[in-house]
Design a protein. Structure first.
Length: 244
């Protein structure tokens, strides 16, 4: 069972409540769920959030969409993911963050294909100087996740789920495929961490919707290349480092 687990919470440090803020007339989390569901190689999609009262809103939203919602520890996200995967009896976990409303279904499928073809333990495309941030996909086996859950001791390894795996290539078979051709646009931030990111994403959505163009990575890149002032909206936003 290939299960996509979307990591979501209301307690973002830089933009609290971002996952339920609207793009167009629908929340960010709606767009993430709908796009992940379009990936052809995903068998099931669920959301993993915390047991905190503030995340009741996420569970309520998932219930409205008839999407499974697993609730676990807020800070120990690794344990939350492990417990969610175990309940779902997932063989393969596809990790997606809830701040990526333009996540591309065909990129998800491509990373899954590579994972199976090369019999990897962990496959991800989230390296620097590759895809735009917001196209991030991590695929890993349940056995790898279980190993991490029982053996990861450092705080950042438990807050970010996969460092224990990808920091040990001598234990796990790891592959980090890079973007090719026009998809190699690391300068664009298509995720939402700040007010500037949200403004940027909303403008992309509005521009493509008004021009009646499909919202996909190719049209987004074409739009930004034609309107470089748009990309300047969040150009100075820096990605948080592990442990920050």
């Amino acid at each position: 069972m290939k299960t996509a687990i979307i990591q979501a919470r209301m307690g973002s440090t830089r933009l609290p409540g971002k996952v339920l803020m609207n793009i167009g007339k629908k929340p960010v989390l709606h767009w993430v769920i709908e796009r992940v569901k379009r990936a052809k190689l995903i068998d099931r999609v669920i959301v993993a959030t915390s047991k905190k009262e503030k995340d009741d809103a996420i569970e309520k939203f998932c219930n409205k969409l008839d999407i499974g919602c697993f609730r676990g520890p807020e800070e120990d996200v690794l344990a939350r993911f492990y417990q969610a995967a175990k309940v779902q009896k997932a063989d393969i976990i596809v990790r997606i963050t809830a701040d990526a409303p333009f996540i591309e279904p065909f990129i998800i499928d491509e990373i899954i294909k590579i994972h199976f073809k090369n019999k990897n333990d962990y496959t991800a495309n989230n390296t620097e100087n590759s895809y735009s941030r917001g196209m991030d996909v991590e695929v890993f086996n349940f056995e790898s996740l279980e190993n991490a859950n029982f053996n990861a001791k450092k705080t950042y390894q438990r807050e970010h789920i996969t460092p224990f795996i990808y920091e040990q290539p001598f234990i796990f078979k790891i592959e980090i495929p890079e973007a090719k051709g026009i998809l190699k646009r690391p300068e664009f931030r298509l995720c939402i961490d700040t007010k500037e990111d949200l403004k940027f994403i909303r403008k992309i959505y509005k521009a493509l919707s008004e021009s009646k163009k499909e919202i996909n990575i190719y049209n987004i890149i074409q739009l930004l290349d034609s309107n470089p002032e748009l990309a300047g909206i969040n150009a100075n936003v820096k990605q948080k480092k592990l442990g920050e």
